[in-house]
Design a protein around this ligand. Structure first.
Ligand code: ADP
Length: 307
């Protein structure tokens, strides 16, 4: 995997923190989100499978509250479609020196072309590409970054069919993520660019919540008394995937403390720790939802306006 090292170093040279990796997140690690999975696969798999010269879609934008699986899903797509994964945090590409920010954007796409098939995951896209003309853009940095990004995305949707050509964009896919799609420059959301917007929110049914719990406890050694359905009874629908992750980690730590108090566990592997219903109950009782009810409502109203 020499090349992986090479690109990781190249990322540092450019002063940006682009991170190229081969993720290991599988579909089984994701609870629910089937609609989002399918939307992304439609965009990514069809150009991979087809050899037509049809215009390809450049990208998909995942939006919604933090902790609802945007990064997780993008990584799973890369794993399952056997693509390299380049993660870029929007604000980290912004550089105070004139011309450097747009150069960073250009370099990201250049590296992705060298590592294709590759997904570029732009996290916090709103910080990288805010609405142009908005106040507070000193020196027009945002203007230039957005223009560069638009040019790169247009190149992708007009990509030539020659996969082996290192200057061709065929095999480069872009997934954006944001909590605030309303702050993104609207030109980025036009056809051929981030034309699919997919909302990822909190589960609104107990079945949905159960799927998340099942995915997160996949590798747990659960006691016979564990009934995840009962744990969810009478719960509100205000927990994100990240909150469920915190609950499961907490339940596991409760199990470790309990087993430690019962005897020596220093020779045990983590999969030998048995997590029981009571460990989960305690964890559920301790959780404070990471997104407030008011914020959730705000995110959902954004979904209505973008639908
Ligand atoms: P976002 O990018 O939307 O802020 P992440 O994808 O980083 O959120 O999610 C944070 C963590 O929450 C993930 O690493 C995962 O452990 C957990 N998580 C979120 N959504 C799900 C889900 N649908 N199924 C399983 N785990 C989830």
């Amino acid at each position: 995997m020499k090349w992986l090292k090479k690109y990781a170093v190249a990322g540092k040279d450019a002063g940006s923190t682009t991170n190229l990796s081969i993720p290991t997140v599988k579909w089984q690690d994701i609870g629910g989100l089937e609609h989002a999975k399918q939307e992304i696969l439609d965009i990514i798999q069809s150009p991979l499978q087809s050899h037509s010269n049809l215009k390809t879609r450049s990208g998909v934008l995942l939006y919604g509250p933090p902790g609802c699986g945007k990064t997780l899903l993008a990584k799973a797509v890369a794993t399952e479609c056997q693509l390299n994964f380049m993660s870029v945090k929007g604000p980290e590409l912004i550089n105070a020196y004139v011309g450097e920010s747009e150069r960073n954007v250009r370099l990201v796409f250049e590296r992705a072309r060298q590592a294709k098939p590759c997904v570029i995951f732009f996290d916090e896209l709103d910080a990288l590409a805010p609405n142009r003309g908005a106040s507070g853009d000193s020196g027009g940095v945002s203007d230039r970054v957005v223009s560069q990004l638009l040019a790169e995305l247009d190149d992708i949707s007009n990509a030539s069919d020659d996969e082996k050509d290192s200057t061709s964009n065929k095999g480069v896919f872009v997934i954006g993520a944001t909590n605030r799609p309303d702050l993104i420059d609207p030109a980025l959301l036009r056809p051929g660019r981030f034309e699919r917007l997919v909302y990822l929110g909190v589960s609104k049914t107990h079945e949905g919540q159960l799927k998340v719990l099942h995915a997160l406890t996949r590798k747990f050694n659960l006691a016979n008394d564990v009934n995840l359905k009962i744990l969810l009874q009478n719960r509100e629908f205000n927990l994100t995937g990240a909150d469920f992750y915190a609950i499961c980690t907490d339940a596991f730590m409760n199990a470790v403390s309990r087993e430690t108090s019962e005897g020596d566990i220093s020779n045990k592997q983590s999969h030998q720790i048995v997590v029981c219903q009571d460990d989960f109950e305690k964890a559920f009782n301790n959780i404070t939802p990471s997104v407030s009810a008011v914020d959730l409502e705000r995110y959902e109203s954004l979904q209505d306006s973008f639908n």
